[in-house]
Ligand binder design. Structure first.
Ligand code: UDP
Length: 273
């Protein structure tokens, strides 16, 4: 009769190595090898819902969605692994619902559903460019997308698929910024790229104060203590704890995402240094 290690050679090897006192580590989340001329190998792109509404007052703008999709494709084609966290400010924010008397938790779930709408719209735009994409929701919705499972998400990214995280963290009282920092930590991302309307962090609002100066670099602590609001404080703290730089750049200009990936263009890096 076959013994255990003959029937299950893998476990057999583990057991015999254990017997010899050798520890085996099974790595499921190795970072990809660095590529020449590219600053980061695996990144998370965070975009607020407002970015996706373009010049509109509400909802989604298909031109903007298509442009963002082209930007993401450009970076994927460079060999970078990309995942995305979108917000829902273009549809619904929990705090606004709560301000109008709605139960906050209920309102936040509505916000999370708004994120699902944006994620599906972005998936559609990416698929039109033949970019393999998976939407993974923190709140299971098996009829329309995959549930978020960390190891599966990692595998999708390793295969060059764009993973879009939907429904935020799945918990009320959080934001899509915090989702970005959480998922970037879980995915072992090298950086969080926060795509905004401006090209970095300024000493004051550059639209109101022409003498405002842009920082090339700033520390997490400065962002927190000076209350610079580039990302919510929970998100900045989480990124700080996991030492993931946050790069603030203007996502409204086509090609900027790729530029930042090569270390060119204008942006501000928030890090520990
Ligand atoms: N939300 C939530 N938990 C999360 C992420 C988001 O409850 O983990 C809800 C919350 O109501 C929030 C809304 O979803 O207002 C949309 O997210 P956010 O305000 O971050 O969108 P953005 O400002 O980035 O467009």
């Amino acid at each position: 009769m076959m013994d255990f290690s003959e029937r299950f050679p893998y476990f057999g090897a583990v057991l015999s190595n254990r017997a010899k006192g050798i520890d085996i580590m099974i790595k499921t989340s190795e970072k990809p090898a660095p590529k020449a001329g590219i600053a980061h190998n695996r990144v998370l792109l965070k975009m607020s819902g407002e970015v996706l509404m373009g010049e509109k007052e509400f909802g989604l703008d298909s031109k903007t969605l298509n442009r963002v999709a082209r930007d993401i494709k450009q970076v994927i084609d460079m060999g970078v692994e990309v995942c995305v966290s979108v917000g829902a400010g273009n549809i619904f924010r929990g705090v606004s619902g709560a301000a109008e008397g709605m139960d906050r938790t209920q309102a936040d779930y509505m916000g999370m559903l708004g994120i699902v709408i944006n994620a599906l719209a972005l998936q559609s735009a990416l698929e039109q460019l033949n970019v393999d994409t998976r939407v993974m929701s923190a709140i299971p919705m098996s009829a329309i997308c995959e549930p978020y499972i960390r190891r599966k998400a990692m595998r999708h990214m390793e295969k060059g698929r764009v993973v879009i995280f939907a429904a935020g963290t799945g918990n009320p009282y959080f934001t899509s910024d915090t989702t970005a920092a959480l998922r970037a930590s879980e995915m072992n991302c090298d950086a969080i790229l926060k795509g905004t309307k401006v090209d970095g962090v300024y000493t004051a609002d550059p639209n109101k104060d022409p003498s405002a100066k842009r920082f090339d670099q700033i520390t997490y602590m400065d962002v927190l203590t000076k209350d610079l609001r580039v990302m919510d404080a929970t998100a900045v703290s989480l990124a700080r704890e996991n030492d993931i730089p946050i790069i603030i750049f203007n996502v409204r200009q086509e090609g900027n995402f790729a530029q930042v990936m090569t270390g060119k263009g204008t942006f501000t890096t928030v890090s520990g240094k």
